[in-house]
Design a protein around this ligand. Structure first.
Ligand SMILES: Cc1cc2nc3c(=O)[nH]c(=O)nc-3n(C[C@H](O)[C@H](O)[C@H](O)COP(=O)(O)OP(=O)(O)OC[C@H]3O[C@@H](n4cnc5c(N)ncnc54)[C@H](O)[C@@H]3O)c2cc1C
Length: 302
């Protein structure tokens, strides 16, 4: 068992009693179950919050060196496996990811800055559970699943859209760990796209984000399946189910996509806050859903 020890730099600066670097998942879970620390991967949320003194933790548990947790792999036809502690930069630097997973690549590219993405991980983005987490809508339309430790022994899996339970909350056990994500291989008759709106070009949080995926029937060219996910318009990232329904079975004309975008605007119920009023957010939903649908269609037809 790794001794509970003080980190020479982090502990005094962040007011921690100790810092762990467990060597195995079992060891990490043991430390977490004893209540000795908060897990962190890139630390781009945890360390910032500690420095701002908005949270306090007894200790920190560095999970980045756990076996396999920062590994990712993909083979054409076999989908994409991503360890939870994989930094975004690793994924965006790989043509085998960016060329096949367009929406995911687009969502990663806007997160923070290159320096941030060298540290920030995909698992940290999901576990932080911000309604504006940029990877979430793209992962939802990609039908990604997450695997995490269960309440007892063993692991559980669910779709990313089922993972969130409120702002800053997920169904992950407080002493648990997110282990990995699996993203199925996109079908050749489908296309997807992610876009967000921020007042500043970079280093800003989305006022609204949207991702869309369209799958076309191979013989008729009509919409076989549509998935639309929205960020920053509800306590968790959400699907726009009514807008999806209006597309299915029809020829994907510009008018139909404009109609779906209008329905997405009506079915979401955002709050007003410092970043934008509810009506402004709804107007953005209409624009972003229409644009992402158009782009997803173009990619599906290619
Ligand atoms: C300047 C700046 C700009 C940013 N810009 C964006 C942006 O544009 N878009 C965006 O979405 N986010 C942004 N963020 C937020 C942040 O960078 C991301 O949420 C990032 O992906 C978090 O990953 P991390 O590995 O650093 O998480 P950490 O800080 O290590 O952890 C975040 C949370 O997840 C938990 N956690 C991490 N990994 C695991 C795991 N495997 N199992 C269980 N719990 C875990 C931690 O306990 C903590 O609660 C920004 C942050 C900063 C500081």
């Amino acid at each position: 068992m790794t001794p509970f020890r003080a980190h020479p730099i982090l502990s005094p600066v962040l007011g921690l009693e100790g810092y762990y670097e467990p060597a195995s998942i079992d060891e990490a879970l043991d430390i977490l179950r004893r209540g000795n620390g908060k897990p962190f991967a890139g630390g781009t949320d945890v360390i910032i919050n500690l420095r701002r003194r908005t949270v306090t933790y007894k200790g920190l548990v560095n999970i980045k060196r756990l076996p396999g947790i920062a590994d990712w792999s993909t083979e054409p036809g076999e989908g994409l496996h991503i360890g939870a502690a994989t930094p975004f930069r690793d994924l965006e630097s790989s043509p085998s990811v960016t060329q096949r997973y367009s929406a995911l690549a687009e969502s990663i590219r806007v997160i923070g800055s290159v320096q941030l993405r060298n540290m920030a991980t995909i698992g940290g983005n999901l576990c932080n559970a911000s309604p504006a987490a940029d990877s979430a809508p793209a992962l939802i339309v990609s039908k990604a699943t997450v695997t995490f430790t269960g309440n007892g022994d063993g692991t559980r899996s669910c779709l990313v859209e089922q993972f969130f339970s409120g702002p800053g909350r997920s169904i992950l056990d407080p002493d648990g760990l997110l282990l990995s994500l699996e993203i199925p291989e996109p079908e050749s008759n489908s296309g997807d796209c992610f876009q967000r709106f921020t007042p500043r070009g970079a280093l800003d949080i989305a006022v609204v984000s949207a991702a869309s995926r369209i799958t076309l029937d191979r013989s008729s060219g009509r919409v076989q399946e549509a998935v639309i996910a929205l960020g920053a318009v509800a306590p968790t990232p959400v699907r726009a189910g009514k807008a999806e329904e209006v597309l299915v079975g029809h020829e994907p004309t510009p008018d139909l996509m404009a109609q779906a975008a209008k329905i997405a605007k009506e079915e979401c119920n955002p709050i007003s806050d410092i970043r934008g009023s509810a009506s402004y957010r709804q107007a953005l939903v209409e624009v972003l859903v229409r644009r992402t649908l158009e782009q997803a269609l173009e990619r599906a037809q290619r």
